[in-house]
Design a protein around this ligand. Structure first.
Ligand code: DGL
Length: 255
């Protein structure tokens, strides 16, 4: 199985893309909802949490790990790679593709507060977008409202954050948190068709596929999906089923 984890249901946006590209693979998904939001945690806390989630998934006998969380990838992926020997694929904001799309030279990266101020994002911006204007917008509270599907709060927060993007004048928006692709339509409606919205889902799926093809790990037979949460399995199952558009039954995980 391929292990996939996030702090919550956001990682399902990555899971969806990987599954679409690799329908013969089996997956075990873990939402660390007891510890959400990752976006408000320190580097030390994130390293510690990610180590626990990885150990849990290794206990499920995974062959590869997808860290389906920008925040965890920005702060803990090197740590995980130094500790564990299986292939690990991370998710980081899609700065590089954004550069090829912008005409105004202004890009807005929407992410958790932790990702917005991370050194990892510093590096990405310096490397690929040094000559561009980049707005790094930490959208506090947005992932939480997606977790509980609080539409009123989602609307309220989007009004605030998208107004900032408009004022800045970005013509490309990078969704730098795996929860946000589930708001793509709402964001697009506010920005109109001249603004491009991109995320990392397809690129991550491609990376997973390339790694599998290059190794003897590619799956051949029965397909299975298992979902775990460290939070409330009923709440997880309800929201995950809504987001994936099919019935999901999450089990309780103890890290
Ligand atoms: N989905 C996660 C990300 O991509 C973060 C959500 C959280 O703050 O826990 O960064």
């Amino acid at each position: 199985m391929i292990g996939v984890f996030d702090s919550g249901v956001g990682g399902l946006s990555i899971f969806k893309e990987v599954k679409k590209l690799l329908p013969k693979e089996s997956f075990v998904f873990l939402a660390d909802q007891a510890n959400i939001p990752y976006g408000g945690k320190t580097k030390k806390q994130l390293k510690n949490l990610c180590e626990k989630t990885t150990k849990f998934l290794l206990g499920q006998d995974i062959k590869m790990l997808v860290v389906a969380c920008n925040t965890a990838s920005c702060y803990a992926i090197e740590h995980l790679r130094s500790k564990f020997s299986i292939p690990i694929v991370g998710v980081v904001p899609a700065i590089k593709p954004a550069i090829n799309l912008t005409q105004s030279g202004k890009i807005a990266v929407l992410s958790t507060p932790a990702t917005a101020k991370s050194k990892y994002l510093d590096k990405l911006v310096k490397k690929f977008a040094n000559d561009k204007k980049v707005l790094r917008l930490g959208c506090k509270g947005l992932e939480d409202s997606i977790e509980i599907q609080d539409d009123k709060k989602i609307e309220k927060l989007l009004n605030i954050y998208i107004a900032k993007v408009k004022r800045f004048g970005a013509d490309v928006i990078v969704l730098g948190c795996t929860h946000y692709p589930f708001l793509r339509e709402k964001i697009a409606k506010r920005l109109g068709s001249k603004v491009e919205i991109i995320d990392s889902g397809k690129a991550v799926a491609k990376r997973v596929s390339n790694l599998l093809e290059a190794s003897p790990l590619i799956a051949q037979k029965n397909v299975e999906e298992i979902f775990f949460t460290t939070g409330d399995p009923r709440q997880f199952s309800q929201v995950a089923s809504k987001l994936l558009k099919y019935k999901v039954a999450g089990k309780k995980a103890y890290l």
